[in-house]
Design a protein around this ligand. Sequence first.
Ligand SMILES: Nc1ncnc2c1ncn2[C@@H]1O[C@H](COP(=O)(O)OP(=O)(O)OP(=O)(O)O)[C@@H](O)[C@H]1O
Ligand SMILES: [Mg+2]
Length: 297
Amino acid sequence: MSLKKAIIDAFTPEGPIKMPMHNEGYVMEKPKEYKIPPVVTINHISVEFDGFKAVNDVSTAIFPHEVHFFIGPNGAGKTTMLDIICGKTKPSEGSVVFHGNPLMAGLGVNINLTEMREFEIINLGFGRKFQAPSIYKSLTIYENMELSLKGNKGVFSSLFFKATEEQKNFIDTILTNVELIDKKNEKASGLSHGQKQWLEIAMLLVQEPEVLLLDEPVAGMGKPETERTGRIIRNIAKKHAVVVVEHDMEFVRKVADTVTVMHEGKILVEGTPAECLADEKVKAVYLGRGKFHKSGI
Ligand SMILES: Nc1ncnc2c1ncn2[C@@H]1O[C@H](COP(=O)(O)OP(=O)(O)OP(=O)(O)O)[C@@H](O)[C@H]1O
Ligand SMILES: [Mg+2]
């Protein structure tokens, strides 16, 4: 049994939960193997930029506790998919439906994100990490975390903000999970490139998102940092769904539960990392591209 199935079974001892009726006719193949409904359903999304279709009729679903990768060559539409999910870009067609946690979904709570503004989507339970970390370098790691707590509205109000014991413990738990607890009282300016990325992930986690969206989280990292990031992401998935855009195939192979391979705006293949990386269409698309070759594909 896969780790993912084991986790899902552990969460649903009573057997399958009925899929909510939300997905506008899109029949997903994946849910059959899941006992819990998706946290996000992406239905027939297309995005046009001045007549150019950057994303073309993409449908998929993100499940709780899933590490879901979008991979594909440059310009495939991966970042645009993250932009769509978090509301930064609006689609020309299709919808993105948020069901919240399994309990909410079981109650039939479906929220169409495509009609919402970006900050509303973030507040609903999404954390988006961009490539350049947005941390306060002159503050300590703990202070950066405190600033990100729900209810703390920025640098000025944080002058008067006092975290409760519970919040302090919560920060410590997250810093432990991202393996930065021993650096808690150090200035963020002294962190390595990788540690800054982990701090930013931690700052998103403190807001308790249902879904974490990471665009190329291991870009610029060496092998040990990449491996540690993989471990951190697997750990995060015990509590959150994680959507990752990435190029590093070794990383995809080790960390992903589900892979959506995109090419020229469309889904080429979707499945487990092993299925996708062995697929002839995927190999053909990546043929001659250095990043794939490095991983021996
Ligand atoms: N705001 C925009 N206006 C016009 N075209 C855009 C815009 N954003 C993205 N595109 C185009 O849409 C296509 C998909 O871009 P996207 O950034 O989603 O690709 P990607 O798969 O993330 O690629 P990469 O691996 O290079 O990051 C590209 O051809 C890109 O040039
Ligand atoms: Mg991109």
